[in-house]
Design a protein around this ligand. Structure first.
Ligand code: AMP
Length: 358
């Protein structure tokens, strides 16, 4: 049975791009969010209310064939009652495991997916060097984490986020960061997008290029993602971020949802990650993930760039999420699509001159 009414918890930019991808398929999205001005509420109907309010969640479920989430920090206990009312996809277990960096790493390690040496820490004395101190929960986009390069930084790092319930990871001397995005349907069909090579600043994605082709890393990333999908009986789009260390993949984290490093698929692939997420959770066959050329995706953080000057770049698509500017906030992105890598690289250099991250 296929569905066409999708309830989405959280109405951010990911929800907005899901709603926009749904219209041509005849899929209608309904959101639950605190703000009637949220990015997705500008393009689709919304129930306004607290995201973990049981009555509001039940109201969302009552009007949906399937419920998914744009906000991945919703607690499993808030979501659990919905399973008696409607389908929840991706499965709650995937959400819960990804909310705790320690259980996420345990899942990876249990599936023989390499991870950085790490330990749960409750006191400053347990830290080695160099490492990265992270909150186990609610950390994202570089928030809730501090790199500790030397002994002099230990006290400051602990003072900044020190508390019980942290994780400490060995610092990875990576040559690159890459991510894989894939989708699994309700019948177990799996598709993978080409890899994206990602450049971060202060822990947040600045820009990425895709497809990133590598004959060793690509099959490894696919194998690892398939293991995670099967272990969780996953339905929907899943993303996994990796460090490349000495030519091998080390898994950093996963996201049980569409992912920033997959935004390039809107213009860059036959079927976008947003459409494939909807197809998967609605019980439809998945679409082709074939790349249409060579892309670069640049995030707009904190401040919107000059739209007209960017639009003058040939092959550039502009996305404004309709958010109020705030330092570090993801406000939009652009994707450049070209038929040759050299042209893509040249256009990326031009576009980067017009974008400032703040
Ligand atoms: P995360 O919030 O875990 O995705 O981390 C955000 C970014 O911080 C990553 O994309 C890396 O650039 C950097 N980072 C996180 N953990 C480590 C690590 N163990 N070693 C080196 N860099 C890291």
């Amino acid at each position: 049975m296929t569905f066409s009414r999708v309830g989405i918890v959280g109405a951010g930019q990911l929800g907005r791009m899901l709603a926009l991808a749904g219209y041509p398929l005849g899929i209608r999205c309904l959101f639950l969010d605190r703000s009637a001005a949220a990015p997705a509420a500008q393009v689709a109907p919304i129930i306004t209310g607290e995201l973990e309010d049981a009555a509001q969640l039940a109201a969302l479920a009552a009007r949906s064939d399937v419920v998914t989430f744009d906000w991945e920090n919703i607690s499993g206990s808030a979501l659990a009652p919905l399973e008696a009312l409607t389908k929840v996809r991706p499965p709650r277990a995937a959400l819960e495991v990804s909310q705790d960096r320690l259980s996420e790493k345990a899942l990876f390690a249990g599936l023989r997916i390499p991870v950085a040496a790490h330990a749960a820490v409750d006191s400053k004395d347990e830290l080695g060097l160099p490492g990265v101190l992270k909150t186990r929960r609610l950390g994202y986009d570089g928030k809730g984490q501090i790199v500790v390069q030397n002994a002099a930084r230990l006290d400051a790092a602990w003072a900044a986020i020190g508390a019980p319930g942290l994780i400490y990871e060995r610092f990875q001397e990576f040559s690159r960061e890459i991510s894989i995005v894939g989708a699994r349907s309700a019948t177990g069909q799996i598709v993978f997008y080409p890899l994206s090579a990602n450049t971060h600043g202060s822990g947040i994605l600045h820009y990425g290029i895709a497809p990133f082709t590598n004959r060793l890393l690509e099959p490894a990333a696919r194998t690892y993602m398939k293991r995670v999908m099967k272990a969780l009986d996953y339905v929907g789009v899943l993303a996994i971020e990796f460090f490349v260390v000495k030519g091998r993949l080390v898994a950093n984290e996963m996201a049980p949802r569409v992912h920033n490093s997959g935004h390039w698929t809107i213009e860059g692939c036959v079927t976008s990650q947003f459409e494939n997420h909807l197809r998967a959770i609605c019980g439809m066959p998945l679409g082709s993930t074939r790349a249409l050329g060579y892309t670069a995706m640049i995030n707009f953080l904190g401040k919107m760039p000059d739209r007209e000057r960017l639009l003058a770049i040939d092959g550039l698509a502009f996305h404004d999420y309709g958010k109020e500017p705030r330092p570090g906030r993801k406000l939009g992105h652009c994707t450049i699509l070209k038929s040759r890598t050299a042209e893509r690289d040249a256009a990326l250099v031009d576009a980067l001159k017009l974008v400032q991250w703040s």
